[in-house]
Each structure stands twice: as structure tokens, then as C-alpha cells.
Design a protein around this ligand. Structure first.
Ligand code: ADP
Ligand code: MG
Length: 479
């Protein structure tokens, strides 16, 4: 066989890959790759870091293998050269793929070369990382109740023994305002008190995502991938990592990849991970399976809405912390009326105290009634994709499980299409997010569903009746 020109072969492979990926992903991940040689059907490409190789393998190996086979033939093979920090290289073959063979080459540890890492001050032996904890979010300010018992006791346990308990990761989940952030930070504060030398870091999923995107962008524009390596290495130094609101990672593939890498590293090194989310791992859509399965390794603890007794106790605790006295009948009225979550409960108390101070009035039951009515009567029944799906299922008498399953039964397919159509018309959710929340449909499928439903509404009277009924229920509940 004539030796093919590796640069041309790679260019043709890129053409194929480009057609199959979103432009941004293509540019980010394939732009920095260089072809190096092609011998006996084995194409060697240079990738900027080991993380890069892993990411490509996890996400694009399929299309990469297909392109290679098409251009080189059925015997096509691939070897990566991974650039490591001092300009040396290691070679590695893909770990998993149909006919691409394995040749495991151990990856050398990059070691403690932190030079150039903007997160770290060179020359400092001890790391000084600001943990970002709010001093008020302690365990002593966190009132115990049936609603938080499991999470609270697991948290206390972890604080005594971070990374070493079976609760790793601790996955705290529950609705808004139920104390996820408070509890997660309380663990961080307690660890710092008991083990001042431990590196604790609280970060929101959003901040993490921004940091990662900045690193990835600067890698792209300056053709300098040390930024991503620095980012990863920084997180690998943490002893107790708290990531708040991980549901925000949904659909952010790159960020999930980076977090997966960090999670594995920390977990394997006996470091503690604490995660919070608005849903249980099984209900988190738009997150990769490999991450979800890791989230379930430790303990998942749900925070539930507090009972009346706990609400009252929380109110009393806040009053004594603020040094104010509020009559018992007012407190029990507030505890009875504000039931949704603890943030609203606190809000009610704060506005009560503020208006009493402002108007120079005593805090009385009448004052409380006037204020609370305003707070409690605010519309709460926002139309969400999840509510639409629930309503569609209820209307057609099908279970959510069946609705989200892969079945192609006509009536289920139609129910899904109606849910997609209503989600598009009644919420501001993007097509791709509607698709993800419907068990991983893509943007084109959602669009197709919306068009099909529109056509049927125009042509089929009983179908039009279904859609209008469901629409009415959804919008009427929204008083
Ligand atoms: P989430 O992160 O779940 O949305 P937060 O942790 O921000 O909720 O809690 C909302 C507010 O309620 C915070 O001010 C927090 O201090 C308070 N809070 C939550 N749980 C408790 C509790 N068990 N005891 C006292 N205050 C609480
Ligand atoms: Mg929170």
C-alpha cells in the first residue's frame, strides 16, 4: 500500500468529524490536535494533555474511529501523543474501541510542578486557599428536625472524619430554600475548626463552570492548554470540596468532563466531596450517566420541608440570634402560614421585624397577618417543563416512567409530542433543554414534535380538544 500523506488524511478525517459535531465542540477539541505521522495504517496525533485524550475518547471516539476507517481502511489504528509539562511526550492508544487495539502505557505523574499556575502562589509551601464559607452557616445555627435528620447527622460524621467515612460523596438534595447550602457549608466550617490545616473549598456549580469555560476559552484562543491543566490541578489540591447546585451542570458537557476527572482524582485520594442539588441523582436530567453513578457511591440525603414544630423552632432560634422578642401567638401564626420553605419563613420574619422597626410599632398578630398575606399569596404555580409533563401524564392516565421510557407506542409518542409542544409555547425553555428533560431528545426532535402537534391541532378536532384541555388546566392553576 502506498504510504498516505498523514496531514491530508487527518484533514479529510476532520471534514467528516466537523460535519457531525457542533461547531464549538469541533473547534475546541479538534482545533489543537496535530497529526504527526502515519505508518502502516497507524495515525499518530498529538493532543495537549491527558485530560484532552480522555475527553476525546469519552465523547468523540465513535466518529473519530469511523472517519479513520473511511480514510485509511479497516486496519486503521490510532496513537495519541500526549504533551506533558516539560515538553516530553507519552504515547497511548485508545482504551476502548471496536477494532482499535489496546496498548496500555502508564501515564507518568505530572508531579508537583505548579510553576505558572495562576491559582497558586509559587514558593509557598502551605496552600492558602480561601474556603468561601459564610460564617453564619454553622451547625449550631442549623435547627435539627425530622426533615433534615439524616443529612445533618451524616454531615456531623463527615466533619469528624472527612474523606474517611462511607459518606463520600455526601449528596444533599431537596427543593429551594430547604437548607442545602447551609448544611453543606456547616460541614466545611466544622472541618476547618477541627482540622485547620485541611484545604476546604466551597464553590457553586456556576462558578466552577465559569472557571472551566474561561480556562477552555483561553486554551483555545492562546493555543495554551496549561490553563486547563492548571484548573484541574488546582482542584486536585482540595481536601474537602463542596460543590453547590450540581444540577446546574446539566447539558454542560465540557464542565461535566472536567468535574468527572476531578471527582475521580479526589475520591481515589481519600478526599471528601459534598454535593448539593435540587433533585435526587436518578431524577437529574442532562447529566452524564458516569457522573450520576458516582453521585450515588456515597450517601444521598434529602432535605424535606420542615414540620410546624421545626418551623416554630427555627423562628425562635432566629429571634434569639437577632436578640428580638416576638410574642408567641405571632410566631405560631407565622409558622402556620409560611409552609413552603425556610427561606420564605426567614423572609417573613425579617420583613416583620423591619416593618415593626420602621413604623415604630409593636409586633402584633394584626401586623403579622397583613404582611404574611402578601407573602403567601404570591403566585407560586409557575409553569415548568416538569409540571407540563406531569399534567400530560395525568390527563392521559400514563405513568411518568412510561412517558419517559423509550417505547414507540403511538399514544405515548403522541403524549410526549404534546408535552414538547406545550413546553415550547408555555415556558421560556430552549428546545434543547426541553429535549433533555424528555429523556435526551435532541433539538431537532423537539422541533419536529412541535410541528406535528401544530398540524394535528389544525386538522384533528379531538386532538385539538386534548391539547386545549391540558393547556387550560395548566394556565388556570396559575392564579
Ligand atoms: P437551599 O440552598 O436549599 O436553597 P439555603 O441553605 O440557602 O437553602 O437556606 C435558606 C435559608 O434558610 C438560609 O438562610 C438558611 O440559613 C436557612 N435555613 C435552612 N435550613 C435551616 C435550619 N435547619 N435551621 C435554621 N436555618 C435554616
Ligand atoms: Mg442553595
Amino acid at each position: 500500500m502506498d504510504e498516505l500523506n498523514y496531514a491530508e488524511v487527518w484533514a479529510r478525517c476532520l471534514e467528516i468529524i466537523k460535519d457531525n459535531l457542533p461547531v464549538e465542540s469541533f473547534k475546541t477539541w479538534f482545533g489543537p490536535i496535530k497529526p504527526i505521522g502515519l505508518v502502516d495504517g497507524v495515525l499518530t496525533i498529538e493532543v495537549p494533555s491527558d485530560f484532552w485524550r480522555e475527553y476525546i475518547e469519552e465523547n468523540f471516539l465513535d466518529i473519530l474511529s469511523k472517519a479513520l476507517r473511511r480514510e485509511i481502511g479497516p486496519k486503521a489504528n490510532l496513537v495519541y501523543k500526549v504533551r506533558i509539562i516539560d515538553g516530553a511526550f507519552i504515547e497511548e492508544r485508545p482504551k476502548k474501541s471496536g477494532n482499535i487495539k489496546n496498548k496500555e502505557v502508564p501515564i507518568p505523574e505530572v508531579g508537583n510542578r505548579y510553576t505558572g499556575n495562576p491559582y497558586i502562589i509559587p514558593g509557598l509551601k502551605k496552600l492558602n486557599i480561601e474556603p468561601n464559607l459564610n460564617a453564619g452557616y454553622t451547625f449550631s445555627n442549623f435547627v435539627e428536625g425530622e426533615c433534615n435528620r439524616l443529612g445533618r447527622s451524616a454531615g456531623l460524621n463527615i466533619a469528624m472524619n472527612p474523606g474517611r467515612s462511607t459518606f463520600n460523596p455526601l449528596f444533599i438534595y431537596g427543593g429551594p430554600g430547604l437548607g442545602k447550602t447551609h448544611l453543606a457549608q456547616a460541614i466545611g466550617i466544622a472541618v476547618k475548626e477541627k482540622f485547620p490545616e485541611k484545604v476546604v473549598l466551597y464553590v457553586t456549580a456556576n462558578t466552577f463552570q465559569n472557571q472551566y469555560t474561561n480556562a477552555a476559552c483561553s486554551a483555545k484562543t492562546n493555543n495554551n492548554n496549561n490553563k486547563i491543566a492548571d484548573f484541574l490541578r488546582f482542584y486536585q489540591l482540595i481536601d474537602v470540596l463542596i460543590v453547590d447546585d450540581v444540577h446546574e451542570f446539566a447539558e454542560k458537557k465540557g464542565t461535566q468532563g472536567a468535574f468527572f476527572h476531578i471527582f475521580n482524582y479526589l475520591h481515589q485520594s481519600g478526599k471528601q466531596l459534598i454535593l448539593t442539588s435540587d433533585k435526587a441523582p436518578v431524577d437529574l436530567l442532562g447529566l452524564e450517566q458516569r457522573l450520576l453513578s458516582r453521585f450515588k457511591w456515597g450517601l444521598s440525603a434529602e432535605l424535606l420541608p420542615p414540620s410546624y414544630e421545626t418551623r416554630l423552632e427555627i423562628l425562635k432560634a432566629k429571634c434569639s440570634k437577632e436578640g428580638v422578642t416576638i410574642p408567641e401567638d405571632v410566631l405560631s401564626y407565622v409558622a402556620q402560614s409560611v409552609t413552603a420553605n425556610i427561606r420564605e419563613l426567614e423572609g417573613a420574619l425579617v420583613s416583620l421585624m423591619a416593618s415593626a422597626t420602621f413604623a415604630n410599632k409593636d409586633i402584633t398578630l394584626d401586623l403579622a397577618k397583613g404582611l404574611i398575606e402578601k407573602i403567601v399569596n404570591e403566585p407560586q404555580n409557575e409553569i415548568t417543563v416538569a409540571r407540563i409533563q406531569d399534567e400530560v401524564c395525568r390527563y392521559f392516565g400514563i405513568t411518568k416512567e412510561l412517558f419517559l421510557s423509550r417505547t414507540r407506542k403511538r399514544e405515548i409518542v403522541q403524549a410526549r409530542q404534546i408535552a414538547m409542544y406545550l413546553s415550547r409555547n408555555l415556558t421560556k425553555t430552549s428546545l434543547s433543554s426541553i429535549g433533555t428533560q424528555l429523556g435526551g431528545k435532541d433539538h431537532a426532535t423537539v422541533l419536529h414534535a412541535c410541528n406535528t402537534v401544530s398540524d394535528l391541532i389544525d386538522t384533528d378536532r379531538s386532538f385539538r380538544g386534548f391539547v386545549r384541555d391540558i393547556e387550560r388546566v395548566l394556565t388556570e392553576e396559575q392564579i
